[in-house]
Design a protein around this ligand. Structure first.
Ligand SMILES: [Zn+2]
Length: 437
């Protein structure tokens, strides 16, 4: 059997039943099938956990906002072409200003910050939200999960004093590096995008100099111990603040930016976001945009391609595919055509059902494949990139083991049934890439 290696997430997505599109729902609006939802759910849980652990408070905000919110934020002037057309509810009164689907979550979070007065002692304030934003992409550029019209983003915004920038960036960047490591994504290098001598930057030169100094200090501190290179690129910053980009290679060897820690001097100006300093004066807050997993669509597409469908164990849509078999000649092993599902005795069927129920009760994702020849069933399980295949027949029951194959590494091993559940649950809990027996 020959698994053709594809690096296209759309093909992998079809084989693994990750997502589908429907002409009735529309292009660029993928439907997450159960296998894809399992991956996304794990990523969301992880992103939420890391956000909480790094001091964020979860918030919820609506996907709609008045057009004037985005005029104020500057999105309307810059991105109106990429936004869905405004919706007019009622041409008069408070609804005279039409609603738009948001192109970013930041303005809503800025309004949450602005909902109460802040003292220098209250800062930093960190809000996180995993929520959709929208892009009116032209149908010609839409593609699988990588170019879509609704993007579900793991997003966090920090509001802090200028003297807190270094600490906040350190926390944000450490979180990104940890998450990429857990996802099995190697970082190529880190890049500080700063200002040059042109006058196109928003904010005071001293503010920029201090912020860039803080970012450099964090890079100098974090990069070397992680074995990473970093460099500065003057003039590459966004006009509203310097940033650190985390660069990676995609499955085809192309460099891309997978995460960014972005300082923002613009939104606090536009929304007049302040705090009361120790002196009693109102000071401008600094906003930092950060996330870890980022856009669910993009990350799942990236991971599928990066791992050629063989996702880390904790993310795999099916972690164990159980294959009940009839008795078979001792020498035949798990060869093709052996152990036809038809001849499986009720003892084996009961034992497989029990085992599946036990593993599911531990939170593991299990499928039982009963129909057809063993060879065919193994082929199906490989096609859907199930993390582990477990064969159970009279011989295994007799020996109290499951015959486990890891199709990713090719490793075959007999695992005692008494230890199986604990080992698998532990690997999932630790977010392990592979189960080590
Ligand atoms: Zn943001």
């Amino acid at each position: 059997m020959n698994d053709a290696v594809t690096l296209d997430h759309r093909e992998l997505g079809r084989d693994m039943r990750i997502f589908e599109s429907s002409p009735l729902v529309g292009p660029g609006l993928p439907l997450w099938l159960p296998a894809g939802a399992a991956v996304r759910y794990e990523l969301e849980q992880y992103a939420r956990e890391v956000a909480l652990r790094t001091g964020c408070e979860p918030v919820y905000s609506p996907v709609l906002g008045k057009r004037s919110l985005f005029e104020r934020s500057g999105h309307w002037a810059k991105f109106a072409d990429d936004m869905f057309p405004p919706m007019v509810i009622d041409g008069a009164g408070p609804d005279a200003d039409p609603l738009v689907l948001r192109p970013a979550n930041c303005p809503h979070h800025a309004q949450i910050y602005a909902s109460e007065p802040r003292s220098y002692r209250d800062l930093p304030v960190r809000y996180s939200e995993l929520a959709p934003m929208f892009r009116a992409e032209r149908s010609g550029v839409l593609s699988g999960l990588s170019r879509v019209r609704q993007i579900n983003l793991d997003d966090a915004h920090v509001f802090c004093r200028p003297d807190q920038v270094a600490d906040e960036v350190r926390v944000a960047l450490s979180a990104v590096l940890e998450v990429l490591d857990t996802l099995g994504i190697e970082v190529l290098y880190l890049r500080l995008s700063g200002r040059d001598d042109s006058g196109r930057w928003l904010g005071a030169p001293e503010q920029w100099a201090a912020a860039e100094e803080a970012l450099r200090a964090v890079l100098a501190e974090l990069a070397a111990p992680a074995g990473l290179d970093w460099h500065a690129e003057p003039g590459e910053a966004a006009f509203y603040g310097p940033k650190i980009d985390v660069q990676v290679l995609d499955a085809r060897g192309h460099e891309e930016t997978l995460a960014t820690v972005q300082l923002d001097f613009n939104q606090p100006e536009r929304f007049d976001l302040t705090y009361v300093a120790a002196s009693g004066a109102r000071e401008r807050v600094v906003m930092i945009h950060r996330g870890t997993v980022g856009a669910m669509e993009r990350m799942v597409a990236f991971l599928l391609e990066r791992h050629a469908g063989r996702l880390p164990f904790w993310l795999a849509p099916v972690q164990v595919c159980l294959l009940p078999v009839a008795d078979r000649p001792a020498a035949a092993g798990q060869g093709e055509g052996q152990g036809d599902g038809q001849g499986v005795g009720s003892l084996v069927v009961d034992r497989v059902d029990e085992l599946a129920a036990d593993l599911r009760a531990r939170g593991l994702r299990v499928r039982v494949e009963r129909e057809g020849s063993l060879g065919n069933r193994i082929r199906l399980a490989r096609k859907s990139r199930d993390a582990l295949l477990g064969v159970l027949g009279p011989r295994e029951i007799e020996a109290g083991v499951l015959a486990v194959t890891d199709p990713g590494s090719g490793v075959k091993t007999s695992v005692p049934l008494s230890a199986l559940g604990d080992r698998l649950a532990e690997a999932a809990r630790r977010r392990s890439a592979r189960v080590v027996w």
